[in-house]
Write a protein that binds this ligand. Structure first.
Ligand code: 5GP
Length: 189
């Protein structure tokens, strides 16, 4: 059996990448989404094992030292990382995996798994980005400003990605993503 494709989706906070990934899995159930570990506190409505595995900073550092993470990064004061064994198992089982991670992690993945496909999601414009973050209502204004600052820094690295999707319409973005993965699969045949 062919190995699965590892799809890395990054994007500016508030660009809608979470919505795209969620919809991708609903529309095309053959994908699996990696559940990361994080030292961030759960937001209202988030569940351990669904959005993230929520662990302490100390537990996170143990996992780093034990080599249990495929990649990890600090983002606005918290750790985030991808469980390595799960990714290996799914890829070997031929599953196409989606990692929704920020860019330092994305480049670590590319180093370790060069066949990974890196996709960056952008909002149609920066005003839209702030509006989406504010409307989401899950962060304080200070946290939103920090996330926007970080977003501006990340823009510099967008050209390093294999593909950019400008998220004007979720359904269109989902199909674009799916088509990218399909054509990447065909490349190897
Ligand atoms: P949030 O706090 O909004 O859930 O996530 C903050 C950022 O961390 C987002 O850009 C998200 O994609 C990223 N992120 C989530 N999980 C991981 C992970 O496992 N590794 C890395 N490097 N980034 C992650």
């Amino acid at each position: 059996m062919d190995k699965g494709v590892l799809v890395v989706v990054s994007g500016l906070s508030g660009a809608g990448k979470g919505t795209i990934c969620k919809r991708l899995l609903e529309k095309y159930p053959d994908y699996v989404l990696s559940v990361s570990v994080t030292s961030r506190k759960p937001r209202e409505g988030e569940e351990h094992g669904r959005e993230y595995f929520f662990i302490t900073k100390e537990e996170f550092e143990d996992r780093i030292n034990q080599g249990k993470l495929l990649e990890f990064a600090q983002y606005v004061g918290n750790y985030y990382g991808t469980p390595k064994d799960w990714v290996d198992e799914q890829l070997n089982a031929g599953k196409d995996i989606v990692l929704e991670i920020e860019l330092q992690g994305a480049f670590q993945v590319r180093k370790k798994i060069p066949e990974a496909v890196l996709i960056f999601v952008l909002p149609p414009d920066m005003e839209e980005l702030k509006r989406r973050l504010v409307n989401r209502g899950t962060e304080t204004m200070e946290e939103i400003d920090r996330r926007i600052q970080r977003a501006l820094e990340e823009m510099e690295f967008v050209p390093e990605y294999d593909y950019v999707i400008i998220n004007e319409d979720v359904e269109k973005s989902v199909d674009m993503l799916h088509n990218i993965v399909r054509s990447e699969k065909n490349k190897g045949e």
